[in-house]
Design a protein around this ligand. Sequence first.
Ligand code: NAD
Length: 314
Amino acid sequence: MWTGVRTFSSRKTLITGAASGIGRATALAAARRGARLVLTDVNSDGLDATVADIRAAGGVVEYAQAMDVSDYDAVTAFAEQVHQRVGPLDVVMNVAGISTWGTVENLEHKHWKRLVDVNLMGPIHIIENFIPPMIAAGNGGALVNVSSAAGLMAFPWHAAYSASKFGLRGVSEVLRFDLERHRIAVHLVVPGAVDTPLVQTVDVVGVDREDPRIQAWIKRFRRHAKKPEEVAESILRGVEKGRYLIHTQFDIRFGYWWVRKFAWPYEFAMRRANDLFTTFLPREQPQVRIETPAPEPELEAVRPVELKTSRPEA
Ligand SMILES: NC(=O)c1ccc[n+]([C@@H]2O[C@H](COP(=O)([O-])OP(=O)(O)OC[C@H]3O[C@@H](n4cnc5c(N)ncnc54)[C@H](O)[C@@H]3O)[C@@H](O)[C@H]2O)c1
């Protein structure tokens, strides 16, 4: 029997991050395919705009509510509303996310924590609240987790972002097999560069974003980036075709193939990328001060313990 969903038509589909970028484009594309949508985002104005656009085009939004996916209680309250109004879902899509880059000396604890809270714990909160009712309903379905190329490879300054995206990949890799018996297909989406508002809002800690070299680099990134509408199409097609790993662009598919086949060129490319990024750092880097404790008052010399060994009598 088929695992997953072959069509979005009439499927009750939750999309997080629906106010902007990939989430918004996926919501619009799923609506055109006849999905019955449940939408959420932390940005309520953006969410309202997506809902209005979908309804104006004749699409169906069953329920929409703004909330922060990193807040477990908020997700639980949202899930209660959804289940009361529309019952168990058919498709759950974790798209909401944020991005922060920086070297380990520049990243602060709050950056690491926020990335893990939003990009990893957010999808986990959604999974905890929405997948068990899908299992209980016994109708199968699909779970779509949007990770990143940075969930496959080591891009410079992405340690905190990659912590969250590799984590989401780990969750997906396990659930892929755990949920198969319930006919729920798991799909892991690994986009490369996508031209969304995220590109403008990504927080690069410790460098001046207004630096013309950074602006030139962002321009290059955007020229090379896919449009969110193209990515949305790849995601929906990947789900309909039952693909686990959903690539949205050739460069990442090819790059990841190199990573698995040939370590050396990958390591070479990542080292060169690191060299390039290092040139963006200001000369004055944060000084790491290590406090050395005051010397302890002299300890009494420790007397060695005498070990008595008895030698067998000759
Ligand atoms: N743009 C890229 O190049 C790119 C590449 C790879 C992966 N991704 C991933 O794709 C996903 C979508 O990103 P995008 O590029 O469309 O960005 P985006 O900024 O356009 O959209 C992200 C949406 O998530 C919402 N969001 C952020 N924090 C939230 C929270 N705590 N709770 C609920 N909603 C929240 C935002 O309000 C926004 O509407 C993210 O998970 C991102 O990591 C993006």
